[in-house]
Design a protein around this ligand. Structure first.
Ligand SMILES: Cc1cc2nc3c(=O)[nH]c(=O)nc-3n(C[C@H](O)[C@H](O)[C@H](O)COP(=O)(O)OP(=O)(O)OC[C@H]3O[C@@H](n4cnc5c(N)ncnc54)[C@H](O)[C@@H]3O)c2cc1C
Length: 486
């Protein structure tokens, strides 16, 4: 008797058993299923990856192995490049179909997926990529985009399978960080991954924390519990966006539900897909500007003094430095604070957005290329479509840390600076600043120079039709539905 045909489910940014279209499709065939995760050395070494990202994946793998094990087929984990791993597995089992979810990621993962598709074609293995996101492959027009997205989101959620027919392939160990040659980062706090944690976060969000959401979108203090904190789970798929959407609809239907807050949250879930679609439609924006006229605007490599000040949180602007240091130590901040530090890097320090974007990608535990690169470009003024948003770090401090609690926590050198001067410490004597530097640039002067440089490019492209062409291709300047932007 020959070996049975096996369905391989290749887990990537979908580390869950609930609402998992690829897993259900494989189980429904009735054949043995091999659930697989491949820890890829090339992605570990990728300049966007940091130890915190890998740790988050390892949390997810531990959880997933347990859940799949309870269903009959523990997660098989291998370290290696995907092509090599599949080749090796195909000496042990006959792979009939490879299932995965579509991934809207960086060039490296796109090229890897194409190589896997070619491998499958060459060996007569069916490769099925299932949808889990509102973004779409090969979209030719944005016209019906929202409708098509809602069609996917309104389909019933998929329960976890009741049981999975296993193969005889040994699960193999889940590597530790040190096995992968990666050193753990010294963090004050890191969000935990895994489906179980993701479900808890979603539960507390919708049952306890969501009221007043719109008031917490900016503050790095109240945002800690006043924002959903679901980004790490959405980025790694430990909770499906469809499930989040469905739970939001259910909550909205409850009497006395905080509809305004729920609508604001729902809007951001739509932005997530809107931006992923931008990266899918223009994958080059991971490296070059959406509008090519902005490509040579900033120097190709960063001024090293400015880049070091940025990465060490030593710019001399307390709110910028507090956010940068908190990101390095905790991996999370609010949308407004992410925008502010990006604006500071791109306008005040005139750093190439690719370099500051890479620093931030490595710090954000929730790094999600589909959101990250379009946002970095928007906040750096290189799309040719969006209004320039330049943040004044002093105003941001007064508005979003009025008590000084956040800045004093992360910039302890300012302990002796009186409250009235905490946003402008350069006005106190140097010995009261305990080594905290003078501002690296004069914000008003740096910003007016940046505006002049950007205006010159905007004038050059105005009327040449290139912006209109981009709008037609990418749908809108602003995410839909675009009632309001915080
Ligand atoms: C320069 C820059 C880079 C960013 N990079 C990332 C990134 O790598 N990964 C990431 O998840 N978010 C990124 N964001 C978006 C946003 O800041 C975070 O999603 C949010 O702060 C995460 O916290 P939360 O889950 O509590 O968000 P909530 O406010 O509760 O939002 C819920 C979810 O909606 C999505 N979302 C929220 N805001 C946006 C937005 N403006 N655009 C698209 N989707 C959004 C996220 O998936 C988020 O988890 C970036 C923003 C900026 C300005």
């Amino acid at each position: 008797m020959g070996r049975p045909d096996v369905q391989v489910v290749w887990f990537k940014r979908d580390l869950r058993v609930r609402d998992h279209a690829a897993l259900i499709a494989a189980v429904d065939t009735g054949a043995p299923v091999l659930p697989l995760y491949v820890v890829e050395p090339s992605l570990i070494a990728h300049p966007h990856t940091s130890a915190r990202h890998i740790e988050l994946v390892l949390d997810g793998l531990t959880d997933l192995r347990e859940s799949l094990g309870a269903l009959g087929a523990p997660l098989v984990v291998r370290v290696g490049e995907v092509g090599e791993v599949l080749k090796d597995l195909s000496t042990q089992v006959d792979i009939a179909t490879l299932h995965s979810h579509e991934e809207f990621g960086i060039t490296a993962t796109w090229e890897r997926d194409r190589a896997v598709a070619a491998w499958c074609r060459a060996r007569g293995v069916k490769y099925l990529e299932h949808r889990q996101s509102g973004a779409m492959r090969g979209l030719t027009s944005r016209d019906a985009w929202s409708r098509q997205r809602m069609k996917l989101f309104n389909q019933p959620l998929l329960d976890a399978p009741v049981a999975i027919r296993p193969t005889k392939v040994t699960p193999g160990p889940i590597p530790k960080l040190s096995d992968l040659g990666v050193t753990a980062e010294q963090m004050v706090y890191r969000q935990r991954g895994g489906e179980r944690t993701g479900r808890e976060v979603l539960h507390t969000w919708l049952t306890e924390r969501v009221p007043g959401y719109e008031r917490h979108l900016s503050s790095p203090v109240s945002g800690l519990s006043g924002c959903s904190r679901l980004s790490v789970h959405l980025a790694l798929g430990t909770v499906s966006a469809r499930e989040v959407h469905s739970r939001v609809q259910a909550r909205k239907g409850e009497p006395g539900s905080p509809r305004f807050s729920l609508n604001a949250f729902e809007e951001r879930l739509a932005w997530r897909d809107h931006f992923a679609q931008k990266l899918e439609d223009a994958p080059h924006i991971e490296r070059s500007s959406l509008h090519p006229a902005f490509d040579n605007l900033r120097p190709a490599s960063a001024n090293s003094e400015a880049l070091i000040a940025f990465t060490q949180g030593q710019t001399g602007y307390p709110m910028v430095d507090a956010v940068l240091r908190s990101l390095a130590a905790t991996g999370w901040t609010t949308f407004r604070m992410r925008s502010m530090v990006t604006s500071f890097a791109s306008y005040d320090l005139w750093l190439p957005w690719q370099e500051s974007g890479r620093v931030l990608a490595r710090w954000f535990t929730d790094y999600d290329p589909g959101i990250h690169w379009p946002q970095i470009q928007m906040q750096s003024g290189v799309t040719g479509m969006n209004t320039l948003r330049i943040y004044d770090p002093v105003k941001q401090q007064l508005d979003h840390d009025p008590t000084g609690e956040f800045v004093r926590r992360w910039v302890p050198e300012l302990r002796d600076v009186p409250h009235s001067l905490l946003a402008t410490p350069w006005l106190v004597a140097a010995d009261e600043r305990h080594g905290y530097p003078e501002p690296i640039v004069d914000h008003p002067a740096a910003v007016s120079q940046a505006k002049r440089r950007i205006s010159a490019v905007r004038t050059q492209i105005r009327g040449d039709g290139s912006t209109q062409a981009l709008l037609e291709r990418h749908g809108s300047r602003r995410p839909p539905p675009s009632r309001r932007r915080k």
